[in-house]
Ligand binder design. Structure first.
Ligand code: 3PY
Ligand code: MG
Length: 276
């Protein structure tokens, strides 16, 4: 089933977030319990070549491949689709004109201006004939515009009304900076929850999907109740940190009182991890 069909059925989709530009790492991420994997070209290390290669293990794991392009790089949106992505997330869509350019790169005519050439995606997504591909691609690819500034909020209804924009996705870190006029970076800021809820409600009222980057997994239920369905969790750094912490603390706990006597404590327990 395509991601577009699952969103249309109002399913909750959990996407992993990958910033390590390496198909072998993406293979490991894709084999976890997520529904989709998002390859991040904006703040993550993914680039054209790593996206081209990383879609393979994602498809092999029967997951949906999603790509977040860098700001304004709508040419990469078409390329991500040609590589086999089912959805593209465009950051900082702050105006109707940004939204139009994005939609233009995602959809074939007459809806948009996407150029023909599904060189890799045809095989990777089970294309049958060129004619069928032309007829089914537009509804099957999902254009996701990020709402993460006050300008985007001011133009939200007009952005949602752009034909070819299928969903919005809130970037809560950038949005918190905007919401507090540059004073705070806090993706879970309680003060912005009401407007975050209104964004999802307006998207749904316009017949579009809503997505959210979930920084605190305990907020997941609240976001779902607001109407968010496409939910992004973590990145490789976080998966490794959480998994290592769980393994090591279980091992240390079991080692206490063993014949080894005491074991070294977490070396970073008091000083914090490098880079954190
Ligand atoms: C943000 O929170 O600003 C994001 O872009 C999340 O990916
Ligand atoms: Mg952002």
């Amino acid at each position: 089933m395509y991601l577009a069909e699952r969103l249309a059925a109002d399913e909750v989709i959990f996407t992993a977030w990958s910033g390590v530009p390496d198909a072998l790492t993406v293979e490991i991420v894709a084999s976890q319990g997520f529904d989709a994997v998002t390859l991040d070209m904006q703040h993550g290390g993914h680039h054209e070549d790593s996206v081209l290669r990383s879609v393979v293990p994602i498809r092999h794991a029967n997951k949906h491949a999603v790509v977040r392009i860098p700001v304004g790089r709508f040419d990469m949106a078409s390329r991500a689709l040609d590589f086999g992505a089912e959805a593209v997330i465009a950051p900082m869509v702050n105006s109707v004109s940004d939204a139009r350019l994005f939609a233009e790169s995602m959809k074939y005519p007459p809806l948009g201006g996407r150029s023909w050439g599904p060189t890799f995606s045809f095989g990777r997504l089970g294309g049958t004939s060129q004619q069928a591909w032309l007829e089914t691609s537009n509804p099957q690819v999902v254009s996701i515009a990020m709402i993460e500034t006050r300008a985007a909020l001011a133009h939200l209804d007009a952005i949602l009304a752009v034909p070819g924009i299928d969903a919005i996705f809130v970037g809560p870190s950038d949005f918190s900076i905007a919401w507090t006029n540059g004073r705070t970076i806090n993706a879970t800021l309680e003060d912005m929850m009401e407007v975050v809820g209104q964004i999802a409600a307006r998207a749904r009222a316009a017949g579009k999907h809503a997505g959210m980057f979930v920084m605190d997994p305990a907020l997941t239920g609240r976001y779902i109740d607001m109407g968010y369905r496409f939910l992004a969790l973590g990145n490789e750094q976080r998966y490794v940190a959480l998994g290592s912490e769980q393994l090591l603390s279980a091992a240390r706990k079991s080692a206490e009182g063993s014949s080894a006597g005491s074991v070294d404590a977490d070396p970073y327990a008091s000083s914090g991890r490098p880079g954190s």
